[in-house]
Design a protein around this ligand. Structure first.
Ligand code: UDP
Length: 253
């Protein structure tokens, strides 16, 4: 592709200016980070898998009417998306206790929650993305009360959709994180799902064995992250051919 203007480079993705106003190109890198980038590695093929998996989930959401930024996949690592004004919050939905919730409240990982719980963290790496309350969000003007209601409704719809998709392939959706953005239509805005949905941002456990198929494999040194993501892609039938362990050209004698 011709030289493009880089808009932003994050830990796992790069955003480039899109071909038309209101669009961007989202490039998925192979970099994995955890614990606020204290732990880093390059996992060959991760970007390709996440590009495909995010495409799969976003396309499915479009089909059931959950608005999101995805327009189309461009190639192995890039997708065309609508540009949005990102709300500076990570929206987390939890069905079972795990990770920071387990730590905070002393709950055994895997404990079913009485109902899905939606949490918000303020997106600020320097502060370690702290958990914030609705009061904080309104008081500091990160979102309005209407935005908050819409965000919770959107997050719960994504939860129902993703839980069903995963259950169908024998995977339990423990929790996940989404990001939400505003798109402007004249003076009005509406909220749509942005960023990515992939095993980088979900906790996915095999229903039968409990095997972790998400970024905890990397965070907790539980084996091959690429094998785990490949397994998710394989079960969903979205495994691209010949790409995950990109083969080098072989010399034929
Ligand atoms: N998560 C994420 N990005 C973050 C923080 C969390 O994608 O910066 C996801 C994480 O993968 C998990 C869910 O959000 O699926 C809940 O994460 P938790 O609060 O338990 O944090 P962690 O234990 O990962 O620090």
């Amino acid at each position: 592709m011709a030289r493009r203007k880089k808009i932003y480079e994050g830990k796992a993705k790069i955003m480039y200016e899109g071909p038309e106003p209101g669009t961007m190109v989202q490039y998925f890198k192979d970099d994995a980070t955890a614990f606020n980038a204290e732990k880093k590695a390059t996992i060959e093929g991760k970007g390709v898998l996440n590009n495909r998996l995010s495409e799969y989930f976003m396309t499915g959401m479009t089909q059931v009417g959950i608005p999101n930024h995805f327009i189309k996949r461009l190639n192995m690592r890039e997708q065309l998306i609508r540009s949005v004004e990102i709300i500076p919050l990570e929206v987390i939905v939890r069905n079972f206790a795990a990770g920071s919730l387990s730590k905070r409240l002393g709950l055994v990982e895997g404990t079913p929650l009485p109902r899905p719980i939606v949490e918000f963290c303020y997106k600020d790496d320097a502060l370690g993305d702290p958990l914030v309350s609705e009061e904080h969000i309104i008081a500091f003007g990160w979102a309005t009360q209407q935005d908050l209601d819409d965000m919770i409704a959107l997050a719960l719809r994504v939860n129902d959709f993703m839980s069903g998709v995963m259950l169908a392939v024998g995977i339990k959706l423990v929790d996940f994180k989404i990001e939400i953005g505003r798109i402007w239509e004249n003076d009005f805005h509406r909220l749509i799902i942005a960023d990515e949905i992939s095993p980088d941002s979900c906790r996915l456990w095999d229903i039968e064995t409990g095997r972790k198929l998400d970024k905890d494999v990397f965070r907790r040194d539980l084996g091959s992250l690429s094998d785990a993501y490949t397994e998710v892609a394989r079960r969903l039938g979205v495994l691209p051919t010949n790409v995950t362990h990109a083969t080098k050209p072989t010399l034929i004698n």
